[in-house]
Design a protein around this ligand. Structure first.
Ligand code: G3P
Length: 224
């Protein structure tokens, strides 16, 4: 894929406290939401998307719920007025492709979601998607290798110089993130729990405790 900017880390959540924490850690590049995640928060859609957009300046995906292209386009145009960094998430259907093309032609970024095959990713890229979201964990759950799909899509996009970014979604554990990074995925979107697991290592905790204990024991000793 050649040299390019760093792999982006997005949070897959609509919980603003989690987003705030990740922004404070200085590592958050964007956020993805979906109707399930928004519903879990029990808040007004527009309000929560706008709050997320003000906390994190990167791309924030907001998903349409219409199933016809006209409805998706209408929702997409509406959401894109919420904030400059809103990305419209459209499902990988024929109607979703139509909406992707129409929104992309207007300069609006689209994340094509629910991608489960390389062919779907290819079509989404051709329709002008900024991101395609292969669902790694859900493929693994179905007995298929989700990461193999991420690799295939990266290779296809590389072969033709597609600008569409591969956003590894439905990530379930830190090894998924490592695998996505090794394959050259542009983005991984993670539940907050996975992000927390990424930063921890028992040897870090053990080592830090030993350093601090030694410091307490010896700090008062006279130095040469
Ligand atoms: O937001 C899309 C995707 O990341 C959902 O993941 O865990 O519900 O399969 P999951």
């Amino acid at each position: 894929m050649g040299l390019r900017e760093t792999m982006k880390i997005f949070l897959d959540t609509a919980n603003v406290e989690q987003i705030r924490k990740a922004v404070e850690w200085g590592i958050l590049d964007g956020v993805t939401t979906n109707p399930t995640l928004i519903a879990k928060e029990g808040r007004d859609f527009r309000q929560v998307i706008q709050e997320i957009c003000s906390i994190c300046k990167g791309d924030i995906s907001a998903e349409v719920v219409s199933t016809d292209a006209a409805g998706m386009i209408k929702e997409g145009l509406e959401y894109s007025k919420y904030a400059k960094n809103v990305v419209i998430k459209c499902p990988m259907t024929a109607e979703g492709l139509k909406a992707t093309k129409a929104l992309a032609d207007k300069g609006i970024k689209v994340n094509v979601t629910l991608v489960f095959s390389a062919n779907q990713a290819l079509l989404a890229a051709k329709a002008g998607a900024t991101y395609v979201s292969p669902f790694v964990g859900r493929l693994d759950d179905a007995g298929q290798d989700g990461m193999e799909l991420v690799g295939e899509i990266c290779q296809i996009f590389r072969n033709y110089g597609f600008k569409t970014q591969v956003l590894a979604a439905s990530i379930r554990h830190p090894m998924h993130v490592v695998q996505a990074a090794k394959l050259g995925a542009h983005v991984a979107t993670l539940p907050f729990e996975v992000l927390e697991k990424m930063l921890r290592h028992p040897l870090t905790d053990k080592g830090l405790k030993a350093f601090l204990d030694d410091w307490e024991k010896f700090k008062h000793l006279p130095r040469k």
